[in-house]
Design a protein around this ligand. Structure first.
Ligand code: BES
Ligand code: ZN
Length: 445
């Protein structure tokens, strides 16, 4: 067998970009690559086609009396563009200074493959039954996974769900994440004219869709960071004093956090720390905006159309559908006269909070501690993994979010990377977890 790092290099070479129809073949190839690796590790594997990209399901039994863990991850990746900002090509994995650079290195091929490597190494000494669900559509909102989980409730039955698709709080600091934000993603398209017109002949006398978009955006979130959609905050759970205290003790410097991404300063709702804003407060962000002339030089024109795409990260107790309804109603209210508006709803996802005292969480904390030689910290995260809520709802099993990435891995951006030490420790932690989970479930620990 090749060593795990060489195998990961092969996996990372496949441009499995789920959002781009031109990469459909490649996405399928990544699924088959996993199928082959899991077969080699003694698993029975089934690749289920969907209306989008296939779902890889695999299982290997250690014995009817043994507990079961279900490991979830995704083999699809975000688009690599803008290509010119990569120091080395996104699908030519490059090892440099103890890190592997490639699209998907951290999100999520490197992290999910750590578990595949772990089960290969445990080989015939698997201490428990292992099931894998590895999907190819996480980066596009997992449209086909919920029906798959619902239709396979019995086959997926498990004592714990293990997911590595999140960051550690800091390098060398083993981390378990117990909360993720939810998401509502929408787009507004505005039309003020039936064609673009000369800005001298018409300017000042006709609607300008670019301005309308800007007015509307300014009414959605104010300069202090408060979201102005009526009812938006109604269901938000306040942060408990215990959590605030626990987060205050984490090693975090807001200035370093800003400087690391070249930000002049941090921003957000007054009265909340940066970690509170990211982990326990909802927010609104424009993700894309367009109208008018985008080419070289100048062009005196009033564009007929404008659009903006935006997402709202949601926190426990907020419901993505209700938030979409409130947003749409408010958009209709603030729409200036003289414009036609189309509101599009893309994917959403429920926020989640998982108990930290479940036996699988405690086993995971011990597994990480053993790998890293440091006490595990418990954090929430600002990102979303929509299927977590459905795993809890449909399978009723505790979910463990054991990330091996880092915030600074350049997820969804150029020069994505994974630290090799995190990959190695991830494999070790995975093996530790599989050995420890049975004892913790029996209550022996
Ligand atoms: N790995 C991320 C989720 C993540 C990011 C968790 C940062 C914790 C911290 C995942 O692959 C992702 O990007 N999810 C999307 C979900 C969306 C497309 C429905 C996200 O959060 O934008
Ligand atoms: Zn992602």
């Amino acid at each position: 067998m090749k060593d795990p790092l060489n195998e990961l290099v092969d996996f990372l070479k496949i441009p499995s970009v789920s959002a781009n129809p031109d990469n459909k073949e490649d996405v399928g190839r990544a699924a088959r690559w996993l199928e082959e690796r899991l077969r080699a590790a003694g698993f029975s594997v089934e690749v289920t086609p969907t209306a989008g990209h296939p779902i890889v399901y695999a299982e290997k039994y250690a014995g009817a009396d043994r507990p079961t863990v279900l490991i979830y991850g995704h083999y699809d990746v975000q688009p690599p563009e803008p290509l010119e900002l990569w120091d080395t090509p996104p699908f030519e994995p490059t090892i440099k200074d103890g890190k592997i650079y490639a699209r998907g290195a951290s999100d999520d091929k490197g992290q999910v493959f750590a578990h595949v490597a772990a089960v290969s190494q445990l080989s015939e000494n698997l201490p428990l039954n292992v099931k894998f669900v590895i999907e190819g559509e996480e980066e596009v909102g997992s449209p086909n996974l919920v029906p798959f989980v619902e239709a396979n409730r019995e086959r997926l039955a498990t004592d714990a769900v293990l997911i590595s698709d999140s960051p550690m709080f800091a390098p060398g600091l083993p981390t378990l994440t117990y909360g993720l934000r939810g998401l509502t993603y929408m787009e507004v398209r505005l039309r003020g004219l039936d064609r673009d017109v000369h800005s001298g002949a018409y300017g000042g006398a006709v609607p300008n869709a670019a301005h309308a978009a800007a007015w509307m955006i300014s009414k959605l979130k104010d300069e202090m960071g408060w979201v102005r959609i009526p009812g938006f905050y109604d269901d938000v759970e306040p942060i408990s004093p215990e959590e605030r205290e626990m987060w205050r003790r984490l090693p975090f410097d807001p200035r370093e956090y800003a400087a690391e991404i070249g930000a002049g300063d941090t921003s957000g709702e007054p009265g909340y720390s940066i970690l509170e804003r990211r982990w326990a407060r909802p927010t609104f962000d424009v993700n894309g905006i367009g109208s008018g002339y985008q080419g070289e030089g100048s062009k005196t024109v009033i564009a007929a159309e404008a659009f903006f795409k935006f997402s709202m990260r949601l926190v426990p107790n907020q419901d993505p559908d209700r938030i979409a309804d409130l947003t749409e109603a408010y958009l209709r209210q603030i729409l200036p006269t003289g414009y036609q508006m189309e509101v599009i709803r893309y994917h959403g996802g429920q926020p989640v909070l998982v108990p930290t005292d479940s036996p699988p969480m405690q086993a995971a904390a011990a597994a990480l501690e053993k790998a890293w030689g440091r006490e595990t910290v418990f954090t929430r995260e600002g990102g979303s993994i929509p299927i977590v809520h459905d795993f809890m709802r449909v399978l009723g099993a505790p979910v463990v979010l054991m990330g091996f990435g880092l915030e600074s891995d350049n997820l969804h951006a150029p020069n994505e990377k994974l630290d090799l030490i995190n990959f190695e420790k991830g494999i070790e932690a995975s093996k530790n977890f599989m050995r420890l989970l049975p004892e913790y479930l029996k209550g022996e620990k």
